[in-house]
Design a protein around this ligand. Structure first.
Ligand code: FES
Length: 653
């Protein structure tokens, strides 16, 4: 008689096994992705499966109700204590007795797929560096004198086939009481970074630890620090939060922070301490928000620009302020929490910092490359992460180029007369009627336009407070389309433009978008100075993109991706009217949301992705904008709206 045939779904893997083989054993032998933390002891419930009695015809297997063994005592006990969902069995207990189709539900898969963002079908495959393992350690015995840690190592080798395990002193100091409290049954959180390096015991709990394991993906920007608290078992984002980067008090943009470090002895250390403090505060707050113990955070991934990178690591960034812009190190970094003074999270938490691409192109750009994968694109993609510095990537599967361009803070609403950060009360969208020259607008957090019913109520008590980055981009583009400013960016007078909304401002003119003065609110205008600031920012961005296109030898791209917390809110039409991005069919402009943050999450959840981006970064061609004479040429030509010489045929459609 032949052995029973087992087919696993959704993998389709199949094989024959002797009667009595536990499902978990069969799954492992076939390489089926079935989770287990307790190693088959019937206590973790991670191995749940559903025998698919109804699915036989599909798989050519005739399945009988008795294809699996009856419930055994362990499974009964588990069901009584915790309750198994109807139709579910514990894969480590149920034995194969006849031909059977076995479905592994998503929550029982180690390498489960996690949706990256709601609007896209793209997923992150879970393969975290740190996982939980339950082990039974031999009790101490006078006749076999060996250390408790050595017995833990032996148990991990025998029960999980994991070799080469280390623990630091702080872990060893708690090992003995925990082992005894758990009656020599413990759960360890094991970090396995590189295949060649030892696995590290990050934490140990008596018995089966069921409190979960968590990680932080941190996008450390010049202006804000954003974090996603992620469940390392499921990939679920439990909470997201951000705070202002306190280094702002040392300088608004990167170069002013580098000069602060140059001018003030110890200034770099001050900035390092400030940002580490902020990260600790953020970690505490986000853990509280998610209702978890911050000490369960055992992994943290950072993405940041080169200056933030050095200041986080405690490296003086002065070399980044002058040619040849040498990084202290461009490689990825594997550290622990104590080295970065991250006291809020687990003291043995492992830190991974993505590699930098070049002196001006940081780990944030690497994270964008990890998230958007230009190197796998069939067509030529231009990816722009808009911020105080724009990270720009151009490429397809043959070659990827990268640069960073100093756009300044204008796109974030700074250095704009009525500018403000994206927050309630900020105007984020504007339309100007080309006939009447009258504006209508929306504020953040509401869908109602200013000329519609219910607008006042939608704005709320705080009133209209200013214009944020996406609002100012739309304002300038709309003013150009309505004929309120010319190609050179000059705002016309009341007579020339035919609207009473123009007010004189010395020798220049300003356009009034909203006059809240009757209610004690601000008068929100777009001034000539605002237009100039936006022209400088957009020229820098466009020139960076053009430089990469020159380097690649093309004068067109196939598609444009706008990324960044703010880039995602830019309207493609307005960006193109302004000449921020090169001419491309409008439906080929997409938004990627916070791609750097997504890249950080990918690296947090999937250890192979870290190796992947380390490899990819080595293949990216770096272009340095600061020393390239062509950049200046492109910059000057791009000052006109949309551009002095480059054609924009798509705009006339
Ligand atoms: Fe833990 Fe089955 S493997 S309950």
């Amino acid at each position: 008689s032949t052995d029973p045939l087992v087919v696993f779904t959704p993998s389709g893997k199949r094989g024959r096994f002797p009667k009595g083989t536990p499902v978990l054993t069969a799954a492992r032998q076939l390489g089926v992705d079935l989770d287990s933390v307790c190693g088959g002891r019937g206590i973790c419930s991670k191995c749940q499966i559903s025998p698919g009695y109804g699915e036989f015809s599909k798989h050519g297997v005739t399945v009988h109700q008795d294809a699996l063994s009856e419930w055994n005592a362990v499974e009964e006990r588990y069901d009584q204590k915790r309750g198994l969902k109807p139709g579910r069995r514990l894969g480590c207990q149920a034995q194969i007795m006849g031909d059977v189709v076995i479905d592994v539900p998503p929550e029982s898969q180690v390498h489960k797929q996690v949706v990256r963002k709601a609007a896209s079908a793209r997923v992150i495959e879970m393969d975290p560096a740190t996982r939980l393992y339950f082990v039974e350690v031999e009790e101490a015995d006078m006749h076999e004198p060996t250390g408790d840690f050595e017995r833990l190592q032996r148990a991990l080798k025998a029960q999980w086939e994991i070799d080469n395990i280390r623990a630091d002193l702080s872990l060893l100091a708690k090992l003995q009481p925990v082992l005894r409290k758990g009656k020599f049954q413990v759960t360890v959180a094991l970090h396995r970074g590189h295949a060649e390096t030892p696995a590290q015991v990050l934490e140990i709990w008596p018995g089966l630890h069921e409190g979960g394991l968590f990680g932080l993906a941190i996008d450390l920007g010049s202006t804000t620090v954003a974090a996603h608290l992620t469940d390392l078992e499921t990939g679920e984002v439990k909470a997201s939060s951000g705070i202002m980067n306190p280094q702002i008090r040392f300088g608004e943009d990167l170069m002013s922070r580098v000069s602060y470090a140059m001018m003030n002895p110890g200034g770099d250390r001050e900035m390092t301490a400030a940002v580490r403090d902020a990260i600790n505060t953020l970690a505490e707050e986000i853990a509280k928000e998610a209702g978890i113990d911050a000490k369960l955070i055992v992994e943290t991934v950072f993405v940041c620009n080169p200056v933030m990178h050095h200041l986080l690591l405690g490296i003086d960034p002065v070399e980044l302020g002058q040619a040849p812009f040498a990084l202290a190190t461009s490689g990825s970094m594997a550290l622990n929490a104590r080295e970065l003074d991250l006291v809020a999270i687990n003291p043995r938490a492992q830190i991974y910092v993505l590699p930098c691409i070049a002196g001006h192109v940081g780990a944030d750009a690497a994270a964008v490359a990890l998230s958007e994968e230009p190197g796998k694109s069939e067509d030529l993609a231009l990816i722009v992460d808009v911020g105080t510095n724009a990270e720009i990537l151009l490429g397809d599967k043959t070659r990827v180029l990268a640069c960073s361009s100093p756009t300044g803070p204008a796109f974030e609403g700074a250095q704009i007369s009525s500018g403000q950060r994206a927050a309630p009360g900020a105007i984020e969208a504007i339309r100007i009627d080309p006939m009447t020259k009258e504006p209508r607008f929306r504020v953040i957090g509401s869908d109602i336009w200013s000329d519609e019913d219910g607008f006042e109520a939608a704005v709320g008590d705080g009133g209209i407070t200013g214009i944020c980055g996406s609002g100012i981009i739309e304002a300038v583009a709309e003013m150009r389309m309505a004929g309120l400013l010319d190609e050179s960016g000059l705002i016309g007078s009341s007579e020339a433009t035919g609207t009473a909304r123009m007010i004189e401002d010395g020798r220049t003119h300003s356009y009034v978008i909203h006059d809240g003065s009757a209610k004690g609110g601000p008068v929100i205008t777009v001034t000539q100075g605002d237009i100039r600031a936006i022209q400088l920012a957009k020229s820098a961005l466009y020139a960076g993109a053009r430089l990469l296109m020159d380097e690649r030898g093309v004068d067109k791209v196939d598609r444009v991706v706008l990324a960044g917390a703010f880039g995602a809110h830019i309207s493609p039409l307005h960006a193109m009217v302004l000449g921020m991005i090169p001419d491309v069919p409008l439906d080929k402009v997409t938004s990627a949301g916070n791609a750097a943050g997504t890249g950080a999450r990918i690296a947090l959840c999937n250890v192979a992705a870290r190796r992947e981006i380390e490899r990819v970064v080595g293949q990216i061609t770096k272009v340095e904008t600061a020393i390239e004479p062509k950049f200046q040429e492109h910059f000057v030509a791009a000052n006109a709206i949309p551009h002095k010489t480059d054609p924009f045929p798509e705009l006339s459609k």
